[in-house]
Design a protein around this ligand. Structure first.
Ligand code: SF4
Ligand code: SF4
Length: 212
């Protein structure tokens, strides 16, 4: 039981505390009533990593560069048979598994930066908390489901050069190269001396350079 002197020292502390409470009650709150009220996030917030699987070539670059080793990729090779007009069979990587363990990820963005094929993107989506930390290992199907939440790229700066992809898309398709057989050793570009016809060589580098 506090004595009379202790009781006297409690009164100023109580008044001071009540004054602080009254002052704080008059100020607006700094907290948000989440989830009733959603936070105003910056458009480029690093919420989660989304995967555009059709762009992924299973090159493993992102998995090798990840400082936390939290990207898991499995793939196999498939043979694409040569076309009916000749050529060779080709090998293609097929992605079987692409998973990111978000319990280890530190959101550094290195995987997104190093991907040479634009297969990984930041999404501002952040509502994927789990009760069990093991459930933060998200597989390819889930990463693909987050792609629609990725915002479109920002507009180019005024006066910026046109992206090389846009220039390449407007380039006309390559046709077969025209080779003229030489009428004489001094004139290799001349046509056939007898028929006047030209020959074609679709594999020539000269032709590609001429198209450029
Ligand atoms: S953001 Fe960083 S830590 Fe997370 S998966 Fe990518 S490279 Fe790894
Ligand atoms: S996401 Fe990009 S860097 Fe990673 S394996 Fe696929 S293509 Fe390679």
């Amino acid at each position: 039981m506090p004595g009379p002197s202790n009781r006297r020292s409690l009164v100023p502390g109580l008044v001071k505390g009540m004054a602080t409470t009254a002052r704080t009650m008059a100020r607006p709150a700094h907290t948000h009533q989440y989830p009733e009220r959603q936070p105003d996030l910056a458009p480029r917030t690093r919420g989660v990593i989304a995967l555009l699987a059709e762009n992924c070539t299973s090159c493993m670059l992102c998995a090798r560069e990840c400082p936390d080793w939290c990207i898991y990729i499995d793939s196999h090779k498939e043979t694409i048979p040569a076309g009916p007009e000749g050529g060779r069979d080709r090998q293609q990587n097929v992605l079987d598994r692409f998973a990111i363990d978000f319990s280890l990820c530190m959101y550094c963005g290195i995987c997104i930066e190093v991907c040479p094929f634009d297969a990984l993107f930041w999404s501002p989506h952040f509502e994927y908390a789990e009760h069990d930390i093991r459930d933060l290992l998200h597989e390819k199907e889930q990463l693909e489901e987050w792609m629609p939440t990725v915002p479109p790229p920002p507009p180019l700066d005024p006066g910026a050069a046109e992206p090389t992809e846009a220039l390449a898309a407007r380039k006309p398709a390559r046709g077969p190269r025209v080779i003229r057989t030489s009428a004489s050793p001094e004139d290799p570009k001349a046509g056939d001396a007898k028929t006047g016809e030209a020959k074609t060589d679709p594999t020539s580098d000269d032709h590609r350079a001429g198209d450029a």
